[in-house]
Write a protein that binds this ligand. Structure first.
Ligand SMILES: [Zn+2]
Length: 77
């Protein structure tokens, strides 16, 4: 089966094992975490396949992600 708990950092391409830090039920769109390699704040913006983006990029130009960024779920964790 495809592992759905691995995120790839868009900055340094590091693979982050989210299931080592979060419960599986918490791994969803809006989850904010830090890349252990480059310390960039990342947010899950899409699942299946998982896509993560730098939170600072919100509203920059990624019109495709506007729906997700409307959710301010930073208190989730
Ligand atoms: Zn990184």
């Amino acid at each position: 089966m495809t592992k759905e708990t691995e995120a790839v950092c868009p900055i340094c391409k590091n693979i982050i094992e989210l299931d080592e830090e979060f419960d599986a039920c918490d791994i969803d769109i809006g989850l904010v975490f830090y890349c252990p390699e480059c310390d960039t704040e990342l947010e899950i913006v899409r699942m299946d396949p998982m896509v993560v983006e730098r939170t600072e990029d919100a509203g920059d130009e990624g019109a495709d992600w506007d729906d997700e960024y409307d959710d301010e779920n930073e208190d989730l964790y």
